[in-house]
Design a protein around this ligand. Structure first.
Ligand SMILES: Cc1cc2nc3c(=O)[nH]c(=O)nc-3n(C[C@H](O)[C@H](O)[C@H](O)COP(=O)(O)OP(=O)(O)OC[C@H]3O[C@@H](n4cnc5c(N)ncnc54)[C@H](O)[C@@H]3O)c2cc1C
Ligand SMILES: *[C@@H]1O[C@H](CO)[C@@H](O)[C@H](O)[C@H]1NC(C)=O
Ligand SMILES: *[C@@H]1O[C@H](CO)[C@@H](O)[C@H](O)[C@H]1NC(C)=O
Ligand SMILES: *[C@@H]1O[C@H](CO)[C@@H](O)[C@H](O)[C@H]1NC(C)=O
Ligand SMILES: *[C@@H]1O[C@H](CO)[C@@H](O)[C@H](O)[C@H]1NC(C)=O
Ligand SMILES: *[C@@H]1O[C@H](CO)[C@@H](O)[C@H](O)[C@H]1NC(C)=O
Ligand SMILES: *[C@@H]1O[C@H](CO)[C@@H](O)[C@H](O)[C@H]1NC(C)=O
Ligand SMILES: *[C@@H]1O[C@H](CO)[C@@H](O)[C@H](O)[C@H]1NC(C)=O
Ligand SMILES: *[C@@H]1O[C@H](CO)[C@@H](O)[C@H](O)[C@H]1NC(C)=O
Length: 500
């Protein structure tokens, strides 16, 4: 299905022996370092499976070879070998955990090597200090399968196959955010392979600058090879998905904005509201995910949502995290983009987002887009209570503590088929965000925060963390990676060196 990129591969082959010599040198350097059995090449089943396992087709680039290390020591060996083989910034590589970032080249590379952490995916619960040692290539499903069986909970991703490391080092929203802060706030320790190959630990006593910088600073410092998640007593949640017709929109906006303002009064609740148009449904429907992190059905926090009539489906039930994240899985196999915006929790801006959703659906129809496609627009509250917990836990890099208003995290998610439609869908999504951003500004309800884990390549999440945090990330990157390996040899992801 990687039609768009087979052309790119042919072109790069035609570029002559230069690229293939370099492929030989870099993949060869890894083999010479004793990692031959961990390398797969184009054409092999494992290589093809790993490329296909990126959630979005847009992210399915074809590196020269894929390295699948089994442990931190092998990651260290690989980094040392690549740095040694590099002469003048030509031995480029990518770092992949779950591979859920939608934009091409975030966690993969066309002319270079991908270090794929997918085989490093175990979760080990440590009762003595209430942590779960999770290897970076784990999917949240695997974490919850292990922890649910032990009656233990942790703040983490909400869809089964999303990767652990990428989500956590970019921030991480979860059902527990109102009680515990963001996912990154709940990491007690990181194990990191530095550019030197050294394996170090960062926690609130050792390498504290790196520890804080990794809470939002993403892959700017090294390769995270283990995350120790803080855990707590688990119990069944009440959760599920309720769907409604488009006609309920006004009531949904009202309920959503009030819910966001009231989370502080009942921190067990979480709600996500989605307007989704798919060619299969040929209509916009509302898909609401309600979760309550203890077993109580329809607690008063959800009264306004409960009063909305005309439910078309309702899966609300008592269950565990494993089951809820399977339910919230999103269809893979499309070309996708996520683009994001944050604004003040104000009904007018949410209404504008929905109006623009309707316009975008009409634009795509008018364009006569081919194949199946989806226009999905999602709002999630980011009330100040989330950030209060972040600060209590020592703080992160996101800079949300600068704001004293409840916010809304907005994501537009477009899915389509065929690389020839990439430019159209991407530019339509960009137009959407630009319009919404301009509207929010026009009524003074804008906010500069850009959520890194939802950001498209051209957005500027790090730039909007605030000057103090940018300085901390720059200082940590310089200290732990003095020669800039993760800035120059790892082009993927959001780079602090590009921030002025
Ligand atoms: C279906 C779906 C559901 C989602 N649900 C949620 C959700 O509930 N909450 C939420 O907050 N976000 C969610 N997201 C967004 C998600 O957080 C991001 O897509 C995130 O990047 C996924 O992590 P990953 O490990 O799969 O990322 P990858 O794409 O593998 O990596 C992301 C970035 O981090 C870098 N990186 C990855 N691993 C490491 C490492 N070990 N060391 C150093 N750098 C590394 C990569 O190089 C890349 O730049 C969801 C996304 C999808 C597609
Ligand atoms: C890569 O190296 C191998 C031997 O290690 C050699 O057979 C092959 O021809 C080389 N490929 C290119 C394109 O140089
Ligand atoms: C997890 O890693 C093991 C090897 O350590 C591998 O066999 C398995 O397929 C991986 N699981 C996933 C979901 O990738
Ligand atoms: C989680 O819930 C699902 C659905 O009820 C159930 O099948 C599964 O066994 C549960 N898992 C654990 C570990 O309790
Ligand atoms: C928790 O205990 C384990 C096992 O002793 C240890 O490896 C780990 O470093 C501890 N975690 C923290 C955050 O101190
Ligand atoms: C430091 O981390 C440990 C282990 O996660 C935790 O118990 C302790 O409360 C933390 N201390 C501070 C000051 O954050
Ligand atoms: C609910 O459905 C009824 C019957 O189709 C309709 O008259 C009413 O307008 C709907 N209400 C909302 C809020 O969608
Ligand atoms: C959804 O409702 C809006 C009015 O709120 C309407 O303009 C739009 O056409 C509807 N969309 C679909 C796809 O039914
Ligand atoms: C669109 O999706 C439907 C149902 O999922 C499928 O039957 C159909 O083949 C798809 N159409 C295209 C053009 O891919």
């Amino acid at each position: 299905m990687r039609l768009g990129f087979s052309t790119a591969a042919l072109l790069s082959a035609a570029a002559g022996s230069l690229a293939s010599d370099l492929a030989n040198v870099t993949c060869g350097a890894l083999a010479d370092a004793g990692l031959a059995s961990r390398i797969t090449y184009p054409g092999s089943t494992i290589y093809e499976e790993r490329v296909d396992s990126y959630w979005s087709l847009t992210a399915q680039l074809t590196p020269w070879c894929i390295l699948q290390p089994h442990n931190a020591k092998e990651v260290s060996t690989a980094v040392k070998a690549l740095v040694k083989a590099n002469k003048k910034e030509e031995c480029l590589f990518a770092v992949r955990s779950g591979g859920h970032t939608t934009w091409p080249g975030a966690a993969n590379i066309e002319n270079g090597i991908t270090i794929d952490l997918g085989l490093m995916n175990s979760t080990t619960y440590i009762a003595s200090n209430n942590t779960a040692q999770v290897l970076p290539g784990s999917r949240w499903l695997g974490v919850y399968e292990t922890l649910d069986a032990l009656g233990i909970a942790a703040a983490g991703g909400r869809a089964a196959t999303v990767g652990v490391a990428g989500l956590a080092i970019g921030g991480g929203n979860s059902f527990y955010a109102a009680r515990k802060g963001l996912v990154c706030d709940n990491i007690a320790q990181y194990e990191v392979v530095l550019a030197s190959g050294e394996i170090i630990y960062a926690n609130n006593k050792t390498n504290t600058d790196l520890f804080r910088a990794l809470k939002g600073g993403t892959g700017n410092f090294g390769i995270v090879t283990r995350l120790d998640l803080e855990t707590f007593q688990g119990q069944d949640l009440w959760g599920g998905v309720v769907t409604y017709p488009n006609s309920t929109t006004d009531a949904q906006i009202e309920a959503f904005v009030n819910f966001g303002n009231n989370i502080v009064n009942d921190q067990y609740g979480s709600a996500i509201v989605i307007w989704q148009y798919t060619t299969q449904n040929a209509a916009t429907i509302l898909i609401n995910a309600y979760e309550y992190t203890k077993p109580q059905a329809w607690p008063p926090a959800f009264d306004e949502f409960k009063a909305i009539p005309n439910r078309t489906s309702d899966s609300m039930r008592f269950t565990n995290m494993t089951d809820l994240t399977i339910e919230l899985e999103q269809a893979a196999g499309y070309r996708d983009t996520f683009i994001t915006l944050t604004f003040v929790n104000d009904k007018r801006v949410v209404k504008k987002a929905v109006d623009l959703h309707n316009i975008v659906v009409e634009k795509v129809k008018a364009h006569k887009a081919t194949g199946n496609w989806t226009v999905q627009d999602m709002v999630q509250p980011i009330p100040t209570i989330f950030t209060k917990h972040s600060v209590e836990k020592g703080g992160n890099m996101l800079g949300l503590d600068r704001f004293d208003e409840n916010l809304v995290l907005f994501q537009t998610y477009l899915a389509w088929e065929g690389a020839e439609q990439d430019d159209f869908f991407q530019s339509t999504g960009d137009w959407y965000i630009a319009q919404l951003s301009a509207y929010a500004k026009s009524i003074g309800k804008d906010n500069p925060y850009i959520y890194l884990d939802y950001a498209y390549a051209t957005q500027k999440p790090l730039e909007n963390y605030g000057a103090v945090n940018i300085a901390k990330i720059k200082a940590a990157a310089k200290k732990y990676d003095p020669t800039g390996v993760f800035q120059k040899l790892v082009p993927g992801g959001f780079k602090i060196s590009k921030v002025q």
